[in-house]
Design a protein around this ligand. Structure first.
Ligand code: SAH
Length: 523
């Protein structure tokens, strides 16, 4: 740091941040803070996409990783980019998978920055070298097994004239050995270790896509592992662990034992809403594909004017009815804009359909006075009758989506309610593929697909996708199931409680029903 420190001069800096091995929970708090203050994030393809969403919307995001066919940027170009962006006074985050200094070329990038006179900081990350064994249930060191740990690379700098890797030394080193980047040359490397005196029966494990829902582990020995890997069509990226500690996995495997481990589950909600369902499924070990098929947007024109009017007049109603969390959000967003004083909401009582809607109301510090037991709009009339007896001539404002079914308004009309309807938002089909999920679904398929509303079904079909027979369908409730049947798809499971926890339970039930399909390739 310079001695005459001047806060007014904006000096660039580059943080070389370890993103961890994949699970977004395995980045450091410091790493997250750096991303949040970044003007520029330079990332590669081993880090999790979710990290990018932590950057400010206006932050520049630059992909510098290597994809199979196209090399995005060469190392010297990455160095130049980091120097150039930092030099212009920006806060640059160079996000790298695992730890930036464990086979991550962070040292080279830092040297380039130092030579250009630019400040940098290292933010260590959890290397796949330690995370992958942990998530496979393999302790790298263990008092009964070893007291030394060696980490080496199976992929050397191809420009080196001769191999600097001394397999004799590796073969003779006691304790656990961890190899990164060696899947393609696995057979040759294992044989070299055996040739140099390594015991062919030494246990070996390979862990691919560690700490993500796609994690898979295979085990064998120095002599057999290459055949096991080939038979399982096991691909990079993978971490290879060599040593008797691998035997501990039998008793300590935990991550691949979860109820949804190895299951690929599609979530069709809007990107904004996917969170709770996706994280619940991930917690149970699923490989979640977030495929937003609809997006929610504000209304325009007459609908918008009418909505603003109803919000302004909200104090004149006896009851407010909310049938979705979105409705609550759009309503209070408009209410905050129009009214300065929260008391302007008046004395209206609040009815909500679904616990998610009620929970959203709570976020705005609003209690729910009435909620039907079955989470369906149809149950609301019954609930009103039980609560208030006759509802004839009461005034109600129903805050709803443009596409909502008419059953509720018909029933309320019949009961003599003076009903106004405020259209708070509309759902429109998602036409882009913002997460790359459509491509992934087309290429890799899935085990289970979830639908949380009729509009997600319609959005999915509008994208020109169909559901192959081998993919099981989980529906949140009878209305969504009916929409599916009308499109000739029968749900394989329907949630008993029509909410996100209910849907997750239905997915687990489907996963349990599915016959064991040999997902685990233990040798
Ligand atoms: N700096 C990184 C390593 C980069 S080299 C770190 O500390 O983890 C890239 C290699 O890391 C891959 O070839 C693979 O061997 C390993 N790797 C990275 N992430 C991995 C993951 N999630 N699962 C398995 N291996 C991974």
């Amino acid at each position: 740091m310079s001695e005459n420190f001047d806060m007014s001069e904006k000096k660039g800096i580059c943080y070389l941040v370890g993103a961890g091995p994949g699970d977004p929970g395995l980045i450091t708090l410091r790493g997250k803070a750096c991303i949040e203050m970044a003007d520029v994030v330079v990332y590669d393809n081993l880090s999790n996409d979710e990290f990018l969403s932590w950057a400010r919307p206006e932050a520049e995001r630059i992909f510098a990783g290597k994809k199979s066919k196209c090399h995005a940027l060469h190392q010297s170009e990455i160095n130049d980019l980091l120097v150039e962006k930092s030099k212009s006074g920006k806060v640059v985050v160079r996000l790298k998978g695992g730890d930036p200094l464990v086979f991550g070329r962070g040292g080279e990038e830092a040297t380039a920055l130092r030579q250009a006179g630019i400040d940098f900081e290292f933010v260590p990350g959890i290397s796949s070298a330690i995370a992958a064994p942990a998530y496979a249930g393999i302790p790298l060191t263990h008092r009964e097994h070893c007291s030394q740990l060696t980490i080496f690379t199976g992929h050397e700098n191809p420009s080196k004239p001769e191999s600097s890797m001394n397999y004799a030394q590796i073969a003779k080193a006691p304790g656990t050995k961890v190899m990164l980047m060696g899947v393609a040359r696995l057979g040759i490397i294992m044989q070299s270790i055996i040739d140099e005196g390594g015991d062919p029966t030494t246990p070996v494990a390979l862990v691919r896509m560690a700490t993500t829902g796609q994690q898979k582990t295979v085990t064998g020995t120095l002599a057999t592992i290459d055949d096991v890997v080939k038979a399982a069509d096991f691909k990079a990226p993978a971490v290879c662990v060599i040593g008797t500690v691998v035997n501990c996995r039998e008793g300590l495997n935990w991550f691949e034992d979860k109820p949804l481990s190895g299951k690929r589950v599609v979530v069709t909600r809007t990107l904004k809403q996917a969170g709770k369902l996706s994280s619940g499924l991930r917690e149970l070990g699923a490989d979640v594909i977030e495929m937003p098929t609809i997006k929610v947007s504000r209304c325009e024109g007459d609908d918008a004017r009418r909505f603003a009017h109803c919000v302004a007049e909200v104090h004149t109603y006896d009851w407010l009815i909310f049938t979705s969390p979105n409705a609550v959000e759009y309503f209070f967003e408009a209410f905050d804009l129009i009214r300065e004083d929260a008391r302007a909401i008046g004395g209206a009582r609040i009815a909500a359909v679904g616990p998610g809607t009620s929970a959203k109301l709570k976020e705005y510090r609003m209690a729910t006075d009435l909620m039907p037991k079955d989470n369906l709009a149809e149950g609301l009339i019954e609930a009103f009758r039980e609560e208030a007896g006759s509802i004839e001539n009461t005034t109600m404002l129903w805050v709803r989506a443009k596409e909502t079914r008419d059953v509720l308004s018909e029933a309320l009309d019949e009961a003599g309610v003076i009903l106004d309807e405020a259209i708070a938002y509309q759902t429109v089909p998602e036409t882009e593929d913002p997460t790359g999920a459509v491509k992934r679904f087309r290429e890799e398929g899935a085990d289970i697909i979830t639908f949380t509303s009729s509009s997600t079904v319609e959005g999915f079909l509008d994208m020109g996708l169909d559901i192959p027979d081998e993919v099981s369908i989980a529906s949140i409730g009878p209305v969504t199931s009916k929409t599916l049947s009308e499109s000739n798809y029968e749900p394989d499971a329907e949630a008993k409680s029509h909410d996100i926890p209910g849907l997750i339970a239905a997915v687990v039930q489907l996963a349990n029903e599915a016959a064991f399909d040999g997902d685990d390739f233990e040798a």
